[in-house]
Write a protein that binds this ligand. Structure first.
Ligand SMILES: *Cc1c(COP(=O)(O)O)cnc(C)c1O
Length: 239
């Protein structure tokens, strides 16, 4: 993949994506300001952190510690809010927690507990989302929908973290419309979790990527995770 490197190119892409988010929000009678754009930077080199910030992208998503590390060590890294969105191995918790404000990929109570044990020591509460495998694809991570409410109840009680919502990845579909039931399924699951916990602050839905974020926004996404559509000049979406 070629990289853009120019703040002006990144800015052009950001404006297009934000306009598409706003249009999708309005179609659903939502306020576009309620949707947070996370730029997934996993494919960009560390020297692009600065142009991305200059382009007005403030929230960065990374799915592997090894790829994130050089970017987190770049001079302006602290100006961004970092989201960990990939599978988190227990032995990486100690690296991830100090740098990331959000972890979207909590896929077991045991992982949540290990994160909580670590953050409690640092007095640094971290925002977490439970990843749900709504589609049931074997290749996808996340808890089965049937296990989410019970896990959420236990994770909600952990002292070192703040449970903020749910995350999912939809299958790669030729027709983005086919992802709609996955997103509406996650929204329904969140309302179940909210009423079981009696906590309206558990309200985030992290769903939607380059190919399907408009549908995710129509279905209630509060965070979209966009990689290729922002970072890759040759990307053209399917629809
Ligand atoms: C790579 C990645 C994204 C972004 O995907 P694009 O299709 O490039 O927008 C979003 N979420 C997760 C978990 C990812 O790993």
């Amino acid at each position: 993949m070629s990289t853009l490197n120019q703040a002006s190119d990144y800015q052009k892409n950001r404006i297009l994506v934000e306009a598409a988010i706003a249009a999708a929000a309005r179609r659903a009678g939502r306020n576009p300001q309620d949707i947070r754009l996370i730029g997934v930077t996993k494919t960009v080199p560390p020297e692009d952190v600065s142009p991305l910030l200059d382009a007005g992208i403030r929230e960065f998503g990374e799915n592997r510690w090894q790829q994130a590390k050089p970017k987190l060590e770049s001079p302006r890294a602290s100006e961004a809010v970092w989201h960990f969105i990939g599978r988190l191995q227990t032995n990486k918790i100690k690296y991830v927690v100090p740098h990331f404000a959000w972890i979207h990929s909590i896929d077991s109570f045991e992982l949540a507990q290990a994160v909580s044990d670590y953050t409690a020591r640092w007095d640094k509460p971290i925002n977490v989302l439970i990843q749900v495998n709504v589609s049931g694809e074997l290749s996808k991570g996340g808890l089965s929908p049937d296990d989410v409410v019970a896990a959420a109840k236990r994770i909600h009680l952990l002292p070192g973290l703040r449970l903020t919502g749910l995350m999912t990845m939809a299958p790669e579909e030729e027709m983005p419309e086919a992802t709609r039931t996955v997103f509406s399924g996650l929204r329904q699951l969140l309302s179940e979790v909210q009423s079981e916990l009696g906590d309206p602050k558990v309200c985030e839905l992290s769903m939607g990527m380059s190919n399907d974020f408009e549908i995710a926004v129509e279905e209630g996404a509060t965070m979209v995770r966009i990689g290729r559509r922002l970072m890759d000049p040759s990307y053209h979406h399917h629809s």
